[in-house]
Design a protein around this ligand. Structure first.
Ligand code: TYD
Length: 202
């Protein structure tokens, strides 16, 4: 595999979890050492922040939301991601700081440059090396998977802006992003991902 820190990104219902499971099965067959982390979450503090972010119990202003994601990330990167990579594992992240650029920067319209800077501070510059972006029309993805958490139950226009935010990122960083048409057949898409990551499927 040609990278140590890989993130899967995409709007809600794009199928990240299935692709991560598919990739892990292949890595298991090859006895590769890896660690899957999810954002928000990934640590005890992170799971607490996740609850604050996703529960309908709290009214979270947009900029507070952006800072809460960063608070989670600042710990996760230092306590989990970097030590795992240093110990020889591949880290596979179910979402990353790029979610914040798409959702908070573009979706909430807080500004992608501002949210980039905020996250760059939280990560101390340690961004994922590669990103698989599962691109899908939110009308289809939200039909596929009904999301009931606070952010996932936002209006469709929010997801349309987030999707565009992701696509803009992929244009800005063509070597880092692989854009997958998530409406196409799963196994063919998994082949494309494996080829891009230089891993055989056996
Ligand atoms: P999660 O439940 O992991 O979503 P999914 O089921 O699609 O993987 O993530 C919770 C929600 O948080 C999801 O709607 C995306 C949103 N989110 C942001 O708005 N900004 C972020 O930085 C992250 C990591 C997630």
């Amino acid at each position: 595999m040609n990278c140590n820190y890989l993130a899967f990104e995409g709007i809600d219902g794009s199928g990240k979890t299935s692709f991560i499971e598919g990739l892990c099965e292949i890595l298991d067959n090859q006895s590769k050492k890896y660690k899957v982390v999810r954002e928000p979450g990934g640590t005890e503090l992170g799971e607490g922040i996740r609850e604050l972010l996703l529960s309908h119990e709290y009214k979270v202003p947009d900029m507070s939301e952006a800072f809460l994601f960063c608070a989670n990330r600042a710990e996760l990167i230092k306590e989990v991601v970097i030590p795992e990579i240093d110990s020889g594992s591949i880290v596979i992240s179910d979402r990353s700081a790029y979610s914040s650029i798409a959702y908070q920067g573009a979706g909430r319209e807080l500004g992608v440059d501002k949210i980039y800077q905020l996250n760059d501070i939280a990560l101390d510059g340690f961004w994922p090396e590669k990103v698989v972006l599962l691109d899908i029309d939110p009308k289809i993805s939200l039909e596929r998977q009904k999301i009931s958490d606070r952010i996932g139950s936002s209006e469709i226009k929010f997801f349309e802006r987030a999707r565009q935010g992701y696509l803009d990122l992929s244009v800005k960083h063509p070597d880092k992003f692989l854009v997958i048409d998530a409406e196409k057949e799963f196994s063919k898409n998994l082949d494309i991902i494996c080829e891009w990551l230089s891993i055989g499927k056996t």
